[in-house]
Design a protein around this ligand. Structure first.
Ligand code: ADP
Ligand code: MG
Length: 383
């Protein structure tokens, strides 16, 4: 499988540029177990890397030109001199990759021109973080090609900067950290304030369970108003409470000081979700994965009722999954579309997926795509 993917990416590079790549780098998508919209509130998240991801086949280009092609966007190639990179100079998908070259150069890292051919088995816009996978695959490829030893944490920051300042998308740092720093068999506890990480064992199979990711096939508009609106609401709530970020609110009782009930609910989600991350870490460290289900379902209710960002397909998938025997489930990602994560007893996944598919069809929705999710390695050179 890995070998076939490496081969396919190298072949795509040859189709694009007529020569062999110097290497193929892989950066995974991610699933966030719990901790949603906590990242930009200086809180905690608990993602793990998927087997699915983005491959960047790449080679140096001596004349300083950066050439970008994607097998998933074949008509959309970009050729630009690295020194002319500036926010706004590259549009469309290629901005995610070009932005990384720009942020590396801005930070003083000695990278130069390159030919990059992207190939991916991650659905785009499904909440599995294909954008960060494009950034991180490009980041490890460029730093690999130019022997630039950039610590992973700094690389995550630079990839985030590419998305924030070059693509103009105000995302937190979770996706890039997960794609770069996750290791196999573990979830990554990330403190989004200090950026301190800890690897937390996540062996779902040993507990007789499976994690499934269901792409509900409803698409989100991340850049749109709702994400920015929630960020603003969180900042406003923190301001009114007199704390640097909602992470610093210690008790739910403090929220009584917020007059606006909507603002109170938004803040309550962030505070309770931070607590759910801590509770999940304790369960995983104790080897009690089986008890994690209710935390997921509580997180979904909080995202639906307090944060107001779930969508009809996610609600139906979660309710149907739990009614059909899942231990717990929740929506993932920015909201209003994308994927749902479901914790199921091994052996029951087929019947649970069938129940969800039937319920979707009854409502005239296309059936969800299902991907088994197990914690795999972060970004690396494929050998
Ligand atoms: P998510 O990160 O949840 O998948 P985003 O909206 O943040 O959703 O990022 C999706 C965007 O990332 C796509 O619209 C596209 O611009 C870019 N992208 C992701 N994967 C690829 C790919 N294989 N080839 C080209 N662009 C891609
Ligand atoms: Mg993204």
């Amino acid at each position: 499988m890995r070998e076939a993917q490496r081969y396919a990416a190298a072949n795509w590079f040859r189709d694009c540029y007529g020569t062999d790549p110097a290497g193929v780098w892989h950066a995974p998508g991610r699933v966030n177990l719990v901790g949603e919209h906590t990242d930009y509130n200086d809180g905690f998240v608990l993602p793990f890397a998927l087997a699915q991801g983005v491959r960047a086949a790449a080679a140096r280009c001596g004349d300083g030109m950066l050439e970008l092609r994607s097998r998933q966007a074949p008509g959309d190639s970009v050729r630009v001199h690295v020194e002319s990179l500036a926010p706004g100079s590259v549009c469309g998908w290629a901005a995610y990759a070009a932005g990384v070259a720009w942020s590396l150069l801005e930070a003083g890292h000695a990278i130069g021109g390159a030919r990059v051919a992207i190939d991916s088995d991650l659905p785009q816009g499904a909440g599995l973080s294909s954008s960060a996978a494009v950034e991180c695959a490009t980041a490890v490829a460029l730093t690999g090609l130019y022997d630039a030893a950039v610590p992973l944490l700094e690389l995550a920051r630079l990839a985030q900067r590419a998305e924030n300042d070059f693509v103009d998308m105000p995302c937190g740092i979770m996706d890039q950290s997960a794609s770069l720093q996750c290791i196999r068999g573990h979830a990554l506890l990330l403190d989004c304030r200090s950026l301190v990480t800890a690897q937390v064992p996540l062996d779902v199979a040993a507990a007789g369970l499976e994690l499934l990711v269901l792409d509900t096939r409803a698409r989100h508009e991340h850049a749109g108003g709702a994400y920015a609106d929630r960020r603003r609401a969180c900042e406003q709530a923190a301001d009114l409470l007199g704390v640097p970020a909602l992470r610093d609110v210690t008790g739910l009782g403090e929220l009584d000081r917020l007059d606006d009930p909507a603002l109170r609910r938004r803040a309550r989600h962030v505070i309770t979700d931070n607590r759910r991350v801590q509770a999940m870490v304790s369960l995983l460290r104790a080897g009690a994965v089986r008890d994690a289900g209710p935390l997921l379902t509580q997180a979904h209710r909080s995202l639906r009722d307090d944060f107001g960002i779930s969508w009809p397909q996610a609600d139906v998938a979660v309710d149907t999954a739990v009614a059909a025997g899942a231990l717990g489930a929740r929506m993932m990602g920015g909201g209003f579309g994308g994927s749902v994560i479901v914790l199921v007893p091994a052996g029951q996944s087929a019947s649970i997926v069938t129940a969800i598919g039937d319920e979707f069809r009854r409502r005239g929705w296309p059936g969800p795509d299902v991907v088994p999710a197990s914690p795999e390695a972060g970004a690396h050179l494929m050998t």
